[in-house]
Design a protein around this ligand. Structure first.
Ligand code: PBG
Length: 319
């Protein structure tokens, strides 16, 4: 059954289509800005006008949607740029909703504070000399406010990635109160504290200024805990869940797929992309084949959709 491509295609168990791919975009202030990320060849910080062009290209390729991140003009302890009605992602969403691409793409907005806080943590910080603590409960209000503001600006889906406990319920309440009850929540329910987020922190300028994220993101050794996190988020009203990273955690994706009947996405994160790109640059791996194999593995593990920096390249291959 492996002799010819038509035979192989006939018995193939896992298929990919451009509509299952979500492209992350990093919005930055300015006009005509298209600044490549050093550690992520082919990925850019884009001003809103450039992001609209990128969205139109993505829509033409049949990609399923975009996941938006923002680099604000300035950062502070309250993450003002995250929930400001004139924040960078809010401005981007309004512009994108006006574009022809909006009819074809699901516009997802990442909800987190780390790109907007001066210290780079995903929540409020209580500092006492060298000791610090991320304050879970005082963060929830700001996350909820951020999500409502993004939905008001035109997000079709809000995607909290902060890993604070109780944030899905807080966001659901805020959306409902704002009359945005139709907006679904894609919760990064299973998010591990991972070294593979390194290049993203360059792209989003969000590296923590002190400490790390291990007190709120999960320990990579724990699959049962991942299931408990998903349980909690679904109980609070999450409509879909996102698993992250993808390739080093395929078993966790599989476990979630077998256990939950909600739409499941997986995020092939920056480090997964960068390590493949590094090998491509050296001629150590065949780009097209390695890229597609990585995406099919994530799909085979059980992810319905995949957030990936390869979205456009893969869509071109899929035709
Ligand atoms: C924000 C956030 C991160 C990523 C997505 N949302 C960074 C982090 O948690 O440090 C990582 C995505 C990637 O690496 O591509 N909290």
């Amino acid at each position: 059954m492996r002799r010819t491509e038509p035979l192989r295609a006939l018995v193939r168990e896992t298929h990919l289509e451009p509509g299952a791919l979500i492209l992350p975009l990093f919005l930055c202030p300015g006009e005509g800005v298209r600044r490549e990320i050093g550690s992520m060849p082919g990925v850019f910080n884009l001003s809103v006008d450039e992001a609209v062009k990128e969205a139109e290209a993505a829509a033409a390729l049949g990609i399923g949607g975009l996941l938006l991140f923002g680099l604000p003009e300035s950062k502070d302890e309250q993450a003002t740029g995250a929930w400001d009605e004139e924040g960078i992602v809010q401005l981007g969403l309004r512009a994108l909703q006006q574009s022809s691409a909006a009819k074809k793409l699901v516009l997802m907005a990442d909800v987190c504070l780390c790109e907007y806080t001066s210290h780079g943590h995903c929540g409020m910080v209580k500092k006492d000399g060298d000791e610090y603590e991320i304050e879970n409960d005082s963060t929830l209000g700001l996350l909820a406010r951020t999500a409502a503001s993004l939905a008001r600006a035109g997000a079709d889906v809000v995607a909290p990635s902060d890993m604070m406990d109780g944030r899905v319920a807080a966001i659901r309440d805020a959306l409902d109160e704002a009359g945005l009850d139709q907006v679904p929540i894609l919760s990064y329910a299973s998010k591990f504290a991972s070294a593979f987020y390194g290049p993203f922190r360059e792209a989003a300028d969000s590296a923590p200024q002190f400490g790390d994220r291990r007190s709120y993101q999960m320990d990579g050794a724990n699959v049962r805990e991942a299931m408990r996190e998903i349980d909690l988020d679904l109980g609070e009203g999450a409509d879909m869940i996102l698993m992250k990273p993808a390739m080093p955690y395929l078993d966790v994706i599989r476990a979630a797929r077998e256990r939950y009947d909600v739409p499941i996405g997986a995020y092939q994160v920056s480090g997964e992309y960068s390590m493949l790109q590094a090998a491509f640059a050296r001629g150590w791996l065949e780009p097209k084949r390695a890229m597609m194999e990585s995406l099919v593995s994530i799909r085979r593990a059980g992810a319905g959709f995949i957030v990936t920096y390869f979205a456009e390249e893969a869509a071109k291959v899929l035709g």
